[in-house]
Design a binder for this molecule. Structure first.
Ligand SMILES: C[S@@+](CC[C@H](N)C(=O)[O-])C[C@H]1O[C@@H](n2cnc3c(N)ncnc32)[C@H](O)[C@@H]1O
Length: 245
């Protein structure tokens, strides 16, 4: 039985069940080419955004950190360097498998890899010192549920950090980026990963994601306090943060 509510899958409106299934198919399809595509699409800039994001999180030795929608491990690897204990969770086993293989190649051990749906975590209450989610939240079907779960699993004094595409407010740049992303990204996806459709979804999902202020309000509604938004490239990408107090 399907639910009558509808959610966005790129530019389409679909049932929540269909979104979860189709997002799963997108990431299973791109998993093996995910890292090389990230470099190609962002001309390597995603590495700088991720470095900046982790610098804001300030992971410390002895901390328990949950990297949600952690995919192939980019954020987790950076945080593990700082000595924190990292649990990498993702709904998609194909993405996690690529991450586990990358960790082995790099000699990074000690990470916990746990398949989880961000909307319904199996972790206990107040377990983590920090919760990170990078380029993941827009793919989650019920964003409110994921934010509520993030709040639940954090300790008091715990911090929430989200890195996500948003909407640039720089005039001129917005139009150039729009043309690039809609016209070129699916072509790059076809050329490198043999999959234009998945990359079309990824671009469309950016357009449908709430703007910075609206998303910050959702973070507040989940119970986080002292929320902050740090726009990068005028808001093309943004770092959202909040505290559980
Ligand atoms: C664009 S990737 C980001 C991966 C990684 N965080 C990074 O920055 O490279 C988005 C990830 O979100 C995951 N995802 C989508 N819906 C999810 C959900 N409900 N719960 C957990 N992970 C989810 C996908 O499987 C995918 O691995």
């Amino acid at each position: 039985m399907t639910s009558p509510e509808s959610v966005s899958f790129g530019y389409e409106d679909v049932t929540p069940e269909e979104k979860t299934a189709r997002v799963g198919a997108v990431f299973s399809s791109v998993a093996k080419k995910y890292d090389v595509m990230n470099d190609a699409m962002s001309v390597g800039m995603h590495r700088l955004w991720k470095d900046r994001f982790v610098a804001r999180v300030k992971p410390r030795e002895g901390e328990q950190i949950l990297d949600m929608a952690g995919g192939t491990g980019d954020i987790a690897f950076r945080m593990a360097r700082e000595g924190a204990s990292i649990t990498v969770s993702d709904i998609n086993q194909d993405m996690l498998d690529v991450g586990i293989e990358r960790a082995m190649e790099r000699g990074i051990d000690g990470l916990v890899w746990s398949r989880q749906n961000a909307e319904e975590l199996s972790f206990g209450d107040r377990f983590f010192d920090a919760y990170t989610i990078a380029f993941g939240i827009r793919n989650v079907t019920r964003i409110d549920a994921a934010l509520a779960e993030a709040h639940r699993v954090l300790k008091f004094g715990g911090r929430f950090f989200c890195l996500e595409f948003s909407t640039t407010e720089w005039p001129g740049f917005a139009e150039v980026y729009d043309a690039y992303s809609h016209k070129l990204v699916p072509k790059i996806g076809q050329a490198i990963a043999g999959d234009a459709e998945s990359y079309r979804y990824l671009i469309e999902s950016i357009r449908r994601f709430p703007k910075m202020g609206e998303f910050e309000a959702m973070i507040k509604a989940a119970g986080f306090r002292h929320t902050k938004v740090e726009p990068i490239l005028g808001g093309l990408v943004a770092i959202h943060s909040g505290w559980k107090v």
